[in-house]
Design a protein around this ligand. Structure first.
Ligand code: MG
Length: 352
């Protein structure tokens, strides 16, 4: 592998995450057919889509299925929990200059707490498992006992990109292995499902691998190899694992890397279960290996948990291509300048 990353690659991990998140945010949870019907095609930041009847009431089901409104009080260009948790992790790594699990947990909790509304809801589209974990932290549980089994959510995968940058900065002094183990511990702050935890390790390693010159083939085989090592097998406690492993889905992706995006979506799905959204985002990344903007637009328009598939794709593509995004996206995404600054600060850690 040849190291060829620059400060722009670091910056674009954060910008790409936020841009993908913000592109998917307005239609989070919708099916592709619903996006086609109500938007046409997502190609820019728009306000959250609201479908209303003649009396002005929100419609919760149409001929294609349910319509969920996860981000209804956000505005065009704003990002959600994926980027919020990514930023909190990066801020902790920058501040502590090491992996400090207590600090990471408290910073993530603080981001959640400050978005709580008086009516008990929370701004930012935080998932159920994440909220349950944060409630445990709020109740005084330690970061080692706050995580819950909940649903097999994709939070570890969607927020672990800064750990991949950290790995790139510390590969010599701390070693990759120790940092991969830390990805599991960070994931466990909220999630205990073995597939969710594995997605976090795979994502951190994928960012690191791309920064260090991984090819499309390396990218897929490394994802599979890391998942094989870190995904714990199903036990009675983890009964949800009976629905299938993340590894099976990544193996499918490797052996079907050239199928159409349609076929991949049919097989993997793009919903909020980590064994759908995570491998789907990786499939799209390798499929659009040299075409980040088209790839991100295609990913988001497959709907489902598309703020998250967008965030994962965007972070990976940012690591590969640097500041490849349309100028308008980089200038209008929420906190764009600050996101770039986070990338610069992590880059400084590499030089120190
Ligand atoms: Mg989200």
């Amino acid at each position: 592998m040849t190291a060829k990353s620059t400060i722009e690659h670091y910056q674009s991990v954060f910008l790409g995450c936020a841009i993908g998140d913000a592109l998917g945010m307005p239609v989070e949870g919708m099916k592709p057919t619903q996006i086609q019907k109500y938007v046409g095609r997502i190609t820019e930041f728009i306000d959250p889509v609201e479908v209303r009847n003649d009396k002005g009431a929100l419609i919760c089901i149409d001929e294609f299925g349910k319509l969920g409104y996860y981000n209804i009080k956000l505005f065009a260009g704003e990002y959600t929990d994926d980027t919020i948790r990514t930023i909190a992790l990066a801020e902790s790594l920058i501040h502590c200059k090491e992996i400090n699990l207590e600090d990471i947990a408290q910073r993530q909790l603080a981001e959640y707490t400050k978005r709580l509304r008086k009516d008990g809801t929370v701004k930012g589209g935080f998932g159920g498992t994440t909220i349950a974990g944060f409630k445990n932290l709020q109740a005084g549980k330690s970061y080692q006992e706050s995580g819950v089994i909940g649903g097999p959510g994709n939070a570890p995968g969607m927020m672990m990109h800064p750990l991949g940058l950290y790995m790139d900065t510390k590969q010599v002094t701390e070693g990759i292995e120790k940092i991969l183990q830390a990805a599991i511990a960070i994931g466990k702050i909220t999630h205990l499902d073995p597939r969710s935890l594995a997605s976090g390790v795979v994502q951190a390693h994928a960012i690191y691998g791309i920064l260090n010159g991984n090819t499309r083939e390396d990218f897929l085989s490394a994802a599979e190899a890391v998942c094989r090592r870190f995904e714990q097998p199903a036990t009675q406690e983890f009964s949800l694992a009976e629905q299938g492993s993340l590894l099976e889905r990544l193996e499918w992706t490797t052996s079907h890397q050239d199928v159409s995006t349609e076929e991949a979506h049919q097989h993997l799905g793009s919903g909020s279960k980590v064994y759908s959204s995570y491998p789907f985002a990786l499939f799209m990344m390798q499929k659009y290996w040299d075409d980040p903007v088209e790839g991100l637009i295609a990913t988001v328009n497959y709907g489902g948990d598309c703020d998250t598939t967008g965030a994962i794709f965007g972070a990976l593509a940012g690591a590969r291509h640097g500041l490849c995004w349309p100028k308008e996206w980089m200038e209008t995404v929420q906190n764009g300048e600050y996101l770039k600054k986070l990338g610069s600060k992590m880059w400084e850690m590499k030089r120190e």
